[in-house]
Design a protein around this ligand. Sequence first.
Ligand code: PRX
Length: 656
Amino acid sequence: MSEPGLSNLLTETRRFEPPAALAEDAIATDATYDAAAKDRLGFWAERAGELQWSRPWDEVLDWSKAPFAEWFVGGELNVSVNCVDRHVEAGNGGRVAFHWEGEPDGDRRTLTYADLLVEVSKAANALTELGVQAGDRVCVYMPMIPETVITMLACARIGAPHSVVFGGFSAQALVDRIQDADAHVVVTADGGYRRGSPSGLKPVLDEALQRCPDVRSVLVVKRTGQDVDWTEGRDVWWHDLVEKQPETHTPQAFSSEHPLFLLYTSGTTGKPKGILHTSGGYLTQVSTTHRYVFDLHPESDVYWCAADVGWVTGHSYICYGPLANGATSVLYEGTPDTPTQDRWWQIVERYGVSILYTAPTTIRTFMKWGEELPGAHDLSSLRVLGSVGEPINPEAWMWYRRVIGGERCPIVDTWWQTETGGIMITPLPGVTATKPGSAMTPFPGISVAVVDNDGTAVGNGEGGYLTLTEPWPAMLRGIWGDEERFRETYWSKFAGQYFAGDGAKKDADGDLWLLGRVDDVMNVSGHRISTTEVESALVSHPSVAEAAVVGAADETTGQGIVAFVTPKGSVADEVSSGEAFVQELRDHVAKEIGKIAKPRQILIVPELPKTRSGKIMRRLLRDVAEKRDLGDVTTLADPTVVNAIGDQMKASTAED
Ligand code: PRX
């Protein structure tokens, strides 16, 4: 574990007061903070009471089995009913739930809440026909199409936890996740559109299923019309099975702690963790944060979270939060540059998007493309802009505010994690001042600390490790099938506090600045990737003897993956630093994990720098990867090794 990167400390002191126009009818007020500060559990109970429960809870929080929390104990609800039926029953069935845009231009679909109720009911009936029962895990491997959200809601409706696997993951990654969750049913599509052409999903799944004999049914949406292999008896088309189902479905209520979904994320070891989220507390926090953080007025706002539903941002802020609030959202399938680099601004203009939520990597990419593109569109509908997934540098923040937000929209930089389920640290528009690069303060009802190595809270102006000091409603309920790893990973470093894995600093005013991960987890374009996972993938190549992977600062993606690889003795001479070998290794990583984990650069080296006790000196390799001077290397077994690698690095150029 490395010390928090205090060298990153930001000195930016600009401060923007909340815009008066927004404050007038803002959802959150100063009183929101006061109420939560006075009675944290009472605040959350009041928020939970805004949902529809079939049976009221007996106790707000049971923390007696810490670190395993139970929220709204004894309460019963159906998450899907809260996200769909409730709005139709309230007379809002005609409101648009999703304006969907496929990547190919002109590919559009509008779903109202009434439409969604019919689709979710049919899908729930179809899953039931496939034998899915409450508690069974359903794997979802889909592009960004309405059927993906429909499937998630259908799973929730019948109490079957979903495990959505991002469409960019490889067959091997799918195998690991399907097997770990012991899923017997998978919902997928023939493919999706990305960067102007159809990409295949079913072929990747077919390959994975050769190693997953327990999967008995695959439900396939026809999205692209590509030819796909078909396994009779196992594969069934969505349009054959779902379309013929009855349009109504009588939902059952589930316990507040009934599992809602598993979502796999990278940890510090090679094995991804199945993060478990449950129903009542999760829905309470994601709906509350969605409403307060984005100042959502569901009757007039058009909200667009541009994440992929395969990540937690998509779960909480495309699916559950917005739908629980009866919001109108945009759902977009493709990339921001297809067919042109102003695709997003066309979408904002077309639907009158008023709230936009995206990642700093995307903002930095837009900065590179230039202000003329957004400048050529009418973005005056925008009111609130959000950022998530990685630290946002003040330059990107200021650009976002000026070019996209026309200097009038508050920027909400939201810190949270797959594990936290919902937003934890953020400004609130209309109430909180903002500072470029700071996530500011904990959300009402959330308790955080920045602590030193001993777990003691540091004062203003100091940095340390970010911890969460009280349980929160959307907190993970564990790691699927691994109770010990849950305790060890999050609860063992600082007694009684959740260790987030991030470094943070409190500025002179006590506002929070997130400084990035302090463990072996990289953050590439807002995606979490473990160094160990990429190392394991590299070492699984027959010609690789050893590999060390580090995240190096990257102007656009935040961090880029840099790998140092020593080939096996017998092939070392042959491959040396050959281009073809490097390419083969990059493809190998993509095959083992997915394209998102492809190293930016791979250096073939004769030896890795190690301490005398044989530990790889990652910190030195990070210096090498960022082309910094190496300083004192006397603890190394052989200091010449790292100097040679440093020279090799300085002479190299990145692969792409
Ligand atoms: O390092 C933090 C970073 O992303 C990590 C969580 O990644 P993941 O579970 O994939 O969830 C991403 C979307 C919520 C955190 O440990 N992170 C997330 N948001 C921010 C951030 N770092 C700085 N500022 C943020 N706003």
